[in-house]
Unconditional design. Structure first.
Length: 167
């Protein structure tokens, strides 16, 4: 099979410029590490998050990760792997992942941009909003599994209880 080089003939505007405008509108702290990488700090309800954007022009892909501000000890990682599989079954976009070294739990997605002039602010907003919502929504299950001693299934059931009616 011939190897494809997506970006051989197309020049893109750097999508990190669009992301920086979006980030500044939210007054989030950011750090641009060159032309192809940007990190952003965001405060959530349950955790603080580190957003990471990486532009890969040869693939026409914007890589994105939203990492919890916590390190997962090695002795807790095996039970977390099982929980991640169950959480990912419920997702239609993106996925959770665990980087064993240095023990980072994160939510990842990629935005493919071939054939476009770059991402819109709405696409960046959706990318970030989906990640933060999924991280916040599943944080209690992660805590139940890591520190509450619950099995992955029990952690999800305990965290995902939906209330019915009004008190």
């Amino acid at each position: 099979m011939a190897q494809m080089h997506v970006a051989e003939h197309q020049q893109w505007a750097n999508p990190l410029d669009v992301i920086e405008r979006f980030v500044s509108q939210h007054d989030w702290l950011s750090d641009r590490q060159g032309d192809d990488e940007l990190t952003v700090a965001v405060a959530g309800s349950w955790s603080d998050y580190n957003l990471w954007f990486s532009w890969r022009p040869d693939e026409a892909a914007l890589m994105f990760a939203c990492a919890y501000e916590m390190k997962i000890r090695r002795d807790k990682q095996q039970s977390l792997h099982s929980l991640i599989v169950l959480l990912n079954e419920k997702l239609s976009l993106g996925h959770f992942d665990l980087w064993e070294q240095p023990g980072l739990l994160l939510f990842r997605q990629a935005l493919l941009l071939r054939g476009s002039s770059g991402p819109s602010e709405e696409q960046i907003e959706d990318l970030v909003e989906i990640a933060l919502n999924e991280c916040e929504r599943h944080f209690p299950a992660i805590q139940f599994a890591l520190w509450g001693g619950k099995s992955p299934r029990d952690a999800i059931q305990a965290a995902m209880l939906e209330t019915v009616g009004e008190a």
